[in-house]
Ligand binder design. Structure first.
Ligand SMILES: NC(=O)c1ccc[n+]([C@@H]2O[C@H](COP(=O)([O-])OP(=O)(O)OC[C@H]3O[C@@H](n4cnc5c(N)ncnc54)[C@H](O)[C@@H]3O)[C@@H](O)[C@H]2O)c1
Length: 318
């Protein structure tokens, strides 16, 4: 059995989908399962059971076993970069990660967990072992603390632990709703409905946008890594390419053109820059390439075409 926390969320459900397609394993899905979309995300056949994350936490704290577990993909977290409630963020992200780690180590179970590019703050140095600046938001701190806490345990591990620092992952099953939804699903949904998109700042902010299949690939490689140099490491997961929000808007219009002929008329409205947003983000993926054998299969534009087709199919199905 494989455990996936955050299994009803965007990346977690795509990991579940990939495991499902391999057809070899059953999954224990952990999430909070509060809305309808999440039940849709949990429709994959491989899911043998699901558990509310509070229940899961209580049971792992009590030392319960769940059968023969081969790996835990720990994706569950509060990923809202505008959440300033430090107590809540640290409990959900840092404390829960420690609990999952302790449970895995006591049973010699490998763990692959989601870290974030947010740990790098406003730096221009995006190497995993670089001397970046400090995070700009509580979310980034919660992820950095766990990365650093693990580093102190490096010499005493009983099973591999691999952290993946995702850079702006996007793709199918990403929620476009809510005030703090990620930019790509939000803009595609807006443009598809003929609404303007909002750009915070001048649009020259840039990101290393990473299609979700690349992130899933990194997870699978991490879970199966056995080379001593590759395990117990943290890796950047991205494409290694930088795109401004103004360019992104043009690419989204291009990807949507065949589904929404009126998309050229959509305009971008510029708003005040948001507190806690970094100006530029560009990953160095050399370490993942050389140690994990990670090679992104989708560029930003490839991914946007996939997402545009997925949203169009979703809209038709409604
Ligand atoms: N999407 C990105 O670009 C990105 C970038 C950097 C890091 N990450 C990290 O990747 C992971 C997955 O992100 P996502 O984009 O799929 O976000 P998401 O919000 O779609 O998924 C996270 C899921 O975790 C669940 N969850 C919240 N608290 C939980 C808990 N305590 N235990 C178990 N589940 C819990 C949520 O209900 C949600 O379904 C998160 O850890 C996030 O911080 C994502």
């Amino acid at each position: 059995m494989i455990i996936v926390t955050g299994a009803a969320g965007f990346i977690g459900s795509n990991i579940v989908k990939a495991i499902n397609e391999r057809g070899e394993d059953t999954i224990l899905a952990v999430d909070d399962l509060t809305d309808g979309r999440k039940f849709v995300n949990l429709a994959d056949r491989a899911i043998a059971d699901y558990m509310h994350h509070e229940d899961f936490r209580a049971r792992i704290r009590a030392g319960e076993d769940f059968g023969l577990v081969s790996v835990v993909f720990h994706q569950g977290a509060c990923s809202d970069t505008t959440e300033w409630n430090g107590k809540y963020m640290m409990d959900t992200n840092f404390e829960m990660s420690k609990e999952v780690f302790n449970w895995c180590q006591a049973r010699k179970i490998p763990m692959v967990y989601a870290s974030s590019a947010a740990v790098y703050g406003g730096t221009a140095d995006f190497r995993e072992d670089g001397t970046g600046e400090l995070p700009l938001n509580v979310y980034g701190w919660s992820k950095l603390l766990f990365d650093q806490w693990l580093r102190r345990r490096a010499g005493r591990l009983t099973a591999p632990v691999i952290g993946l620092r995702y850079f702006n992952v996007f793709g199918r099953r990403q929620d476009p709703a809510g005030a703090y939804a990620a930019v790509i699903p939000k803009w595609i949904a807006a443009a598809g409905e003929g609404r303007s998109v909002e750009i915070f700042g001048d649009g020259e902010t840039s990101r290393d946008f990473c299609y979700v299949d690349n992130a899933v690939q990194a997870n699978i490689l991490a879970a199966t890594a056995r080379v001593p140099d590759a395990i117990n490491q943290i890796y950047n997961v991205a494409v290694g390419d930088r795109t401004t929000l103004n360019q992104l808007f043009a690419y989204i219009r291009e990807a949507l053109r065949s589904y929404h002929p009126g998309v050229e008329e959509i305009t971008a409205l510029h708003r005040e820059p948001r507190k806690g947003d970094v100006r530029h983000s560009l990953a160095d993926i050399g370490k993942a390439r050389s140690l994990l054998g990670y090679e992104p299969t989708h560029t930003l534009r490839d991914g946007l075409h996939q997402v545009a087709a997925w949203y169009a199919a979703q809209t038709r199905a409604r």
